[in-house]
Design a protein around this ligand. Structure first.
Ligand code: ADP
Ligand code: MG
Length: 316
């Protein structure tokens, strides 16, 4: 191969806001046949907003939001940011900031923490002193696995919210369900045109891999003209690797994965080319990727492919 063509291609890409870790990756970009895209933060802006809440029987809406915000106060996840922003509009920050200890994110499932028992503002009058209840925010299935009881009537209401295309998270205190919070996100403005350009560039298979639920995933897929057959919801980081491996087989090792999150990092590493969102992407995603799109502009991916094709043409 010609190093000069590679260097020229890398420089052209860099000028267009596409950082490529080396000539090998540029050449691979030029030969792509398949693409796997994360949803939240990649196809969508990842700036979620709380749009609705459904409380469990006997629970006040304020208690539901406050409990969720206490756990999410330290979270960097878009869901956590949205919940904290909603709490900011309703409560004094002192009521939810720094009210928990031992916060722990469970990738692809949710986040948990223990309510501080210092007699401060987080004090729960119904709780036994010294008990330090565990608060959790995350997928209903995760809470259910941990022994949180979910009533049929309530599940039906939650499902109705989810069917409207919302991202849904449930909130629990120990084994008690407090309710669910429904969030909305916006499809990136450039995403429809970017996907059209990628198809034009010869990408035959375009799949969506998301940790979110199927209704929310389908709502985004529909707006982007993605086939429901290639929409994979409720994907754990490990599931995302498996889908990338399947696309690798299908495409003859010519698949790129595009993502932004901690949950995408293993799939980025497994793909023929890993592409990270450069601005809003997490450090872990950037470290696992071979290409970074500065400015998070998805339409740059088709440009990167064009530059890669040109580079290959010069080499051949
Ligand atoms: P995506 O693959 O769409 O980028 P993630 O894997 O980051 O999504 O998240 C998948 C799911 O895990 C979310 O839809 C949510 O149910 C749950 N989850 C992850 N992190 C959190 C959090 N901080 N708070 C609540 N739920 C979370
Ligand atoms: Mg994401």
């Amino acid at each position: 191969s010609t190093p000069i063509a590679n260097v020229a291609g890398l420089a052209r890409a860099a000028r267009r806001g596409i950082l490529v870790k080396g000539g090998k990756w540029l050449e691979r970009l030029g030969g792509l046949r398949a693409l796997a895209l994360d949803k939240t933060g990649t196809l969508t802006e990842g700036k979620l907003v709380v749009e609705a809440m459904e409380v469990a029987p006997g629970v006040e809406a304020d208690d539901l939001l406050l409990a969720a915000a206490r756990v999410e106060a330290a979270s960097e996840h878009p869901i956590g940011r949205a919940i904290v922003a909603a709490a900011m509009g309703r409560f004094e920050p002192g009521r939810f900031v720094d009210q928990v200890v031992d916060a722990r994110a469970v990738v692809g499932a949710g986040i948990e923490a223990r309510l501080r028992d210092d007699g401060g503002s987080a004090r729960d009058e119904n709780a036994t002193p010294g008990a330090m209840p565990t608060l959790r925010v995350g997928q209903l299935a995760w809470l259910s696995e941990l022994g949180v009881a979910l009533e049929e009537d309530f599940l039906a209401k939650a499902q109705a919210l989810e069917e409207r295309g919302h991202t849904l998270v449930a909130v629990a205190r120990d084994a008690q369900l407090l309710g669910v919070i429904a969030l909305g996100d916006r499809v990136r403005a450039e995403a429809p045109a970017a996907l059209a350009a990628l198809r034009q560039a010869g990408i035959e298979h375009i799949a969506m891999l998301t940790g979110d639920g199927r209704p929310a995933a389908l709502a985004v897929a529909e707006r982007l003209g993605l086939s429901p057959d290639l929409v994979f919801a409720r994907q754990s980081p490990h599931d995302k690797i498996a889908q990338v491996e399947a696309l690798k087989t299908l495409s003859g090792d010519r698949v790129a994965m595009v993502g932004d999150g901690v949950n995408d990092a293993p799939a980025l590493a497994a793909a023929s080319v890993g592409v990270a969102m450069g601005a809003a992407g997490t450090d872990v995603a950037l470290e696992s990727a071979d290409v970074a799109l500065m400015g998070d502009d998805l339409s740059r991916l088709a440009e990167a492919i064009a530059i890669g094709k040109k580079t290959r043409a010069i080499i051949l």
